[in-house]
Design a protein around this ligand. Structure first.
Ligand code: OAD
Length: 241
């Protein structure tokens, strides 16, 4: 199976990679769904919606501060590093990540969009200006902008639209790739959940990497079941051989 994928990659002109929380699991960052997932213990609607933030910004910010603490101790793992290796190997390469942890960026990868934003970046709730706020723990909760208004994490919450410029980059990559590797996502959150089918509709080849079957397994040409930190480096190594 893996040989077939390597063969396909050797004939790939334009590679798109899509990642979700599973790619960061081996860095010690909890995923959202599944037995140990964040949504087992926390309710998304109380923490990851604009209404929750409006009602109780302190609780929302405490949750983000806790997650920022976990992520601040994490390092990119072998999966992230292999994806950076793909970028070096392919002339046409793009990464769409749903992760807000910033770990892909820390590998030095350039051609990518963090389609759900980045939890180290904040946005003024009044002026809309954004900037990086790397303090951990935060000095004040909720953090305030120089203008005195509350800052919010610059992430896309449930019920919010993905910024147009992120979608434009994603659709351009979807329309120009001939192979997609989709790794470590449960494939249930839209619009990203619809991207593998779009690649298929364009005649592209879809490779899934996950520890278990997902709705994407129905669409994928091949699903490789195992940890992304094992499988992605094997694919990269196979390409070099
Ligand atoms: P999920 O938590 O829904 O799914 C994580 C996926 O990773 C699951 O399918 C796991 O089987 C898989 N997985 C876990 N460990 C793995 C490993 N070592 N190697 C490979 N796969 C592994 O996370 P996402 O699909 O990213 O959105 O969730 C999508 C969105 O839902 C997130 O971006 C977030 C969340 O609510 C927002 O906050 C807007």
């Amino acid at each position: 199976m893996i040989e077939k994928v390597i063969e396909r990659l050797k004939n790939t002109k334009s590679l798109l990679v899509i990642t979700g929380a599973g790619i960061s699991a081996e860095s010690g960052i909890p995923t959202f769904r599944g037995a140990d997932g964040l949504w087992q213990n926390y309710r998304a609607e109380e923490l990851a919606t604009p209404w929750a933030f409006e009602r109780d910004p302190v609780t929302v910010w405490k949750w983000y501060d806790w997650r920022r603490g976990i992520i601040s101790k994490a390092e990119p793992n072998k999966g992230h590093i292999a994806i950076k290796g793909f970028e070096e190997r392919f002339e046409n390469f793009f990464l769409i990540t749903q992760n807000v942890d910033g770990l892909h960026a820390r590998t030095g990868i350039k051609n990518m969009v963090e389609i759900h934003g980045n939890l180290w970046r904040v946005r003024c709730s009044k002026e809309n200006k954004t900037f990086m706020l790397l303090d951990h723990p935060l000095r004040e909760i909720p953090p305030l902008c120089d203008c005195g208004n509350i800052l919010r994490p610059d992430v896309v919450w449930f019920g919010e639209s993905i910024p147009y410029e992120y979608l434009e980059k994603a659709y351009s990559a979807i329309n120009s790739c001939d192979t997609l590797i989709v790794a470590g996502t449960s494939g249930v959150v839209y619009p990203v959940a619809s991207f593998p089918q779009m690649v298929k509709d364009n005649g592209g080849f879809v490779i899934e990497v996950n520890i278990e079957a997902t709705p994407i397994s129905q669409i994928a040409d091949i699903s490789l079941f195992g940890a992304s930190g094992d499988i992605l480096p094997s694919l990269l190594k196979g390409l070099a051989g």
